[in-house]
Design a protein around this ligand. Sequence first.
Ligand code: ADP
Ligand code: MG
Length: 513
Amino acid sequence: MEVPRLETCIPLPLENVVLEELVDKAKDWALMNGAAMRSKLKFSKNELQFAPFMLLPSTFPKREFEKAVEIQPILNELMHKVAHNYEFLSESLKSTIEVDDFTKRLFHIYETVRNEGFAQPISLGLIRSDLMLESDPETCIGKECCPKNVIEKQGRVLCNPYCCWKQVEVNTIASGFGWLGPASRVIQRYVLQELGRVDLLPHLPENNALQGLCGGMIEAWKLYGKPESVILFVVEDVSYNICDQRFHEFEIRKMEPKVRVIRRTLTDLGKRSVLTKEKKLIIDDLEVAVVYYRAGYEPGHYHSELEWETRLKVERSCAIKCPSIQYHLAGTKRVQQALASPAVLEKFLDPSIAATVREIFTGLYSLDLSDEGNAAVEMALKNPAHYVLKPQREGGGNNLYGDEVKTMLEKIGKSKERCAWILMERIIPPVQRCYLIHPKSDAPLYTDVVSELGIFGVIIGDEKVIQKNFQVGHMLRTKIATSNEGGVSAGYGALDSPFLVEMESCCHPAVKK
Ligand code: ADP
Ligand code: MG
């Protein structure tokens, strides 16, 4: 069966002797430079394991990369405006919070602090917009495929190798890989050099995600305006993705030597933090200027009422939150779906800009108990392989695909539980064949893979004024083509970076020749 394919940056496979030596060196490079994680099988604070990575960078069309970079400040602004629009958030999440307890609790915190009056008007957004190349012309606006450039796969006409890119999701909480993203580029740079291909290095775009994200936190710390105050990382009970987090800490100290970063769990904060009369958040005698959540995005991070009370306590404080509760809600799947509904983007953006943003959305459908929701269910039941069913969860491993979509939709039928989910068109990305290096296996896996690009953005501001708004870098995650999900921390994907090439695409108006 034919699938749209991208050529790799160098001809493969490599000779065995070359490959073996290269893989050994690359693994050691990764370990010795902190492209690593803690093992989930055998956790120890004293040990690290290299993070799964692709031996060579993945081919990615330069024009699409540049478009993604260019649009990021607009997406930042959109999320900022959505986060500050109570009517839109409450209307979009109304049916979801009736059935999804986690989102309901978050929303309740939002309403509580809103009614009391926000102690801190400024929010810090460290956002990551994730996208995949799309080979299915059906979802692209203004499709007009060049007949030379299409192939058939399972009775579908697909663009070869792709026609545009589509957004997978926007992360507003714990947007990780600010370190592991750039680190993958450096591993692969080293590998290309070892292969004698210095000539290819200009194809690897600069990536200063770590400095950009840490710069955002430092900026927020300065706005808080107390030299002795600290930046607090709210972390999981056990952090597997420790290098990514620690490198942020190290970088902050490097960029602004006066700032101290502390790490606490929601439980620690529950037991030992204090909210003063002036709404200062104090933990272990330290005043917190900025709260950066690397936890708190899934129900498992809240063991009891204590952690929920703590989240509310933090939101009530005058510390600058990343994200604030309203930013967290703006990043839910349900809000993403609501933004894709007709005439919604225009509420937030100029019409011409709204039209550009609409092009990056694929089909997103509400499953509310309405005619619209019923029609979406019918469509999905007819063709489950074309859709992904998503609950209001983050962190990977929660979505349903193919037959699972059908089974779940049949199970929930017309019960209210349907409102907890959204339906999304399944993106079909082109594949390429490369070596995936995984700590679970000694031998590299030479296999077909697909990639997901994440672009980082930083935004700081309050309801009225946006003070800073930048794109700051990127990360690429790559997974085996047959696997549904690609999270590296969740164990499905591998670190990667884009190898940019000029490439034709046939049917997207924005990239038409
Ligand atoms: P999470 O918040 O758990 O990261 P995502 O929406 O990013 O949820 O989905 C997780 C993964 O599932 C993505 O990284 C991607 O690999 C895959 N995925 C999500 N949406 C789609 C889609 N519409 N088409 C194809 N794959 C998808
Ligand atoms: Mg995701």
